[in-house]
Design a protein around this ligand. Structure first.
Ligand code: CO
Ligand code: ZN
Length: 340
């Protein structure tokens, strides 16, 4: 899974521009699922059907392919690019980073100093997104327009790093989830439910791909696979989720209140297979499950969360053991028929 995760996180794909991530997943999963299709918005829908007599439910698993990024809104006469957000990017995090455009061009992100502030002496000012710029080394507006142009998107530019326990990289939100779902598909030989594994688009700008794909798939039960925060760093806001504490079973976030029977199902399957898990309540943010459960007349939904430190930075961190636990939990839910 390490190699797969490395390829996934290093692939370029901000919201609405997921084609390269999708192509990689199509390549990895070719011949390993019963059906694969791409819908009108670009969601990749992979189906695995039960072969035996066991017939559970039509279950949708969703992991989003898109990552946060920036978009060129303006270019000044000296060739500096002004940017807007694609998903939630903090100016504090963006300063000093490298960003990568679709055509391979890399730029530096910097910020206007407030009057009287000297960055070179370690002084800092309040950072605001509209005071950031990207410098690609262009010598004029005309040159910058030729190199990138208005509306061009860029993402953080970082390779995936690994040590014994953790992965560190950009876009682990949610390529870690894509890796978990793809790995689970590769490891499943027999499923007890009709499994729809959907790699969604445009989650970071409002759960958009999940909404349309869930309408098309019309699942009876839904699960998102996405990252969540942790409460185990210095002065973190109180949250019981720990890196290395196992797959997180979501109880609630801002987009979803997990129905008790879905939560109980997840906990019971984790316990039966000896999969480490922890219960998660996320104060900020949501996942594709927020869109799935509101589809048509409603779809009971849950979320398998990957505990992640430093979310929405180029140095997101996940635990190798937690990733494994999440793969095992996806398999546990897919392989045995669900009776709910
Ligand atoms: Co995110
Ligand atoms: Zn996410």
């Amino acid at each position: 899974m390490e190699e797969l995760l490395k390829r996934l996180t290093e692939t370029w794909g901000p919201s609405g521009r997921e084609a390269r991530v999708r192509a990689l997943l199509q390549e990895v999963l070719a011949g390993r699922v019963d059906e694969m299709r791409v819908d009108a918005l670009g969601n990749l829908i992979c189906v695995k059907r039960p072969k035996g007599a066991a017939r559970g439910r039509r279950v949708m698993f969703a992991a989003h392919m898109d990552e946060i990024g920036v978009i060129v809104t303006d270019i000044d006469e000296r060739g500096f690019l002004r940017i807007g957000m694609v998903g939630g990017v903090s100016p504090q995090i963006a300063v000093g980073q490298r960003v990568l455009f679709e055509n391979g061009l890399v730029g530096s992100v910097s910020h206007e100093p407030a009057p009287g502030v000297d960055f070179s002496r370690g002084e800092s000012n309040e950072l605001q997104f509209h005071k950031l710029w990207v410098d690609v080394g262009a010598r004029s507006r005309e040159e910058a327009e030729k190199l990138v142009g208005y509306g061009a998107m860029a993402v953080f530019h970082r390779p995936l790093e690994a040590n014994e326990h953790v992965f560190i990289g950009k876009a682990l939100d949610d390529r870690a989830g894509c890796a978990v779902l793809a790995q689970a598909l590769l490891e499943m030989d027999e499923v007890g439910n009709e499994v729809y594994a959907v790699f969604t688009v445009q989650e970071e700008v409002g759960l958009r791909g999940a909404r349309t794909s869930a309408y098309g798939v019309d699942p009876q039960i839904g699960f998102a696979i996405d990252v969540t925060g942790t409460g185990d760093t210095p002065k973190a806001r109180p949250m019981a989720v720990k890196l290395g504490g196992g797959a997180a079973v979501k109880a609630m976030d801002m987009s979803l209140v997990t129905p008790p029977e879905i939560r109980d199902l997840m906990v019971e399957r984790a316990e039966r297979r000896g999969i480490p898990y922890q219960i998660e309540v996320l104060a900020m943010g949501g996942t594709d499950a927020g869109a799935i459960h509101l589809t048509r007349a409603g779809v009971p939904s849950g979320c398998i969360s990957i505990p992640t430190r430093y979310l929405h930075t180029p140095a997101e961190m996940v635990s190798k053991d937690d990733m494994r636990a999440c793969v095992d939990l996806v398999k546990a839910l897919a392989e045995e028929p669900i009776a709910l």
